[in-house]
Design a protein around this ligand. Structure first.
Ligand code: IPE
Ligand code: IPE
Ligand code: MG
Length: 254
């Protein structure tokens, strides 16, 4: 108890008036975590579930309404087949095991990406979890699965080109908000904070359009070790920044 009091005195609390509305996370470093312990990569994925739980709980507690998790990229299909199989099995098992917990936390689940490319078992479990949680309103968690930011933009452009071809749309009518409405994320605000674990500093094809003005936070912590305290560190860093959106600092502070 004493220790708790001491640490809460040192760590400043989050400012509830300056929370990011949407946090996006590139959950990276599972393979290295396992390797560092002399284990197969798969064990890194299996030990990553607590990090997901903590992140969901932290967002719900802090009052962040949207969280998007990069769980599997289009490029990840190029990994060894046994790792892909293990990841897909883990996805089904986790969705099943965590459903009750999602309900208790008030989490609404969604998914973006080329979901039709997922094994049918994954598609079925996803559909069930999405349907069963659709009434929850505390936190919307979007899983990016078989996701590619470029493919998402290409898909939007193709839809709009088709409308032009059919004479329903003039090319000059195409604006940024129209493209946004054709992205998988049309129901979500743009991420304001991007967190990537494991020390890598790149986007790896994640939410390319949506990330235009996101604040980036990189931490060396490997994803299986990521906990609520790390999430709050990231949010605190976000709250310490001045977001200028092209304006001058003087304009922002006046
Ligand atoms: C992230 O961890 C999980 C997925 C990409 C599915 P990695 O599996 O990429 O772990 P590292 O980067 O090889 O350590
Ligand atoms: C990005 O991580 C994808 C996910 C976290 C799901 P990767 O580990 O696949 O990214 P790269 O290959 O290092 O860029
Ligand atoms: Mg990686």
């Amino acid at each position: 108890m004493k220790e708790e009091q001491a640490s809460s005195a040192i760590i400043p609390p989050l400012d509830p008036t300056r929370l990011p509305r949407h946090i996006a996370v590139i959950m990276d470093g599972n393979g290295r975590w396992a390797k560092g312990k002399g284990l197969e990569r798969i064990w890194g994925h299996r030990n990553a579930i607590q990090a997901v739980r903590d992140t969901l709980e932290g967002c719900a507690e802090a009052g962040v309404p949207y969280l998007t998790l990069y769980a599997f990229s289009t490029e990840n299909w190029s990994r060894p087949q046994y790792e892909i199989n293990a990841l897909m099995e883990l996805l089904v098992k986790t969705l099943r095991d965590e459903l009750q917990d999602l309900q208790q936390k008030g989490v609404r689940l969604r998914a973006i990406g080329d979901l039709a490319a997922l094994p049918s078992k994954c598609q079925a479990q996803l559909k069930e979890s999405i349907e069963k949680t659709q009434g929850n309103t505390r936190l919307t968690v979007t899983l990016a699965l078989s996701y590619s930011g470029r493919a998402e933009i290409v898909n939007a452009v193709q839809n709009l080109a088709q409308q032009v071809k059919e004479g329903k749309l003039e090319p000059t009518d195409i604006h940024a908000d129209m493209i946004e409405r054709h992205l998988f994320t049309s129901q979500l605000p743009d991420p304001e904070l991007l967190i990537r674990t494991s020390g890598e500093m790149r986007l790896s094809n994640f939410l390319l359009w949506q990330m235009a003005y996101a604040e980036f936070y990189f931490t060396p912590v490997l994803w299986p070790d990521f906990r609520k305290a790390h999430l709050f560190d990231a949010i605190r860093s976000f709250q310490d920044r001045e977001r200028r959106f092209g304006k001058t600092s003087e304009q922002i502070s006046s």
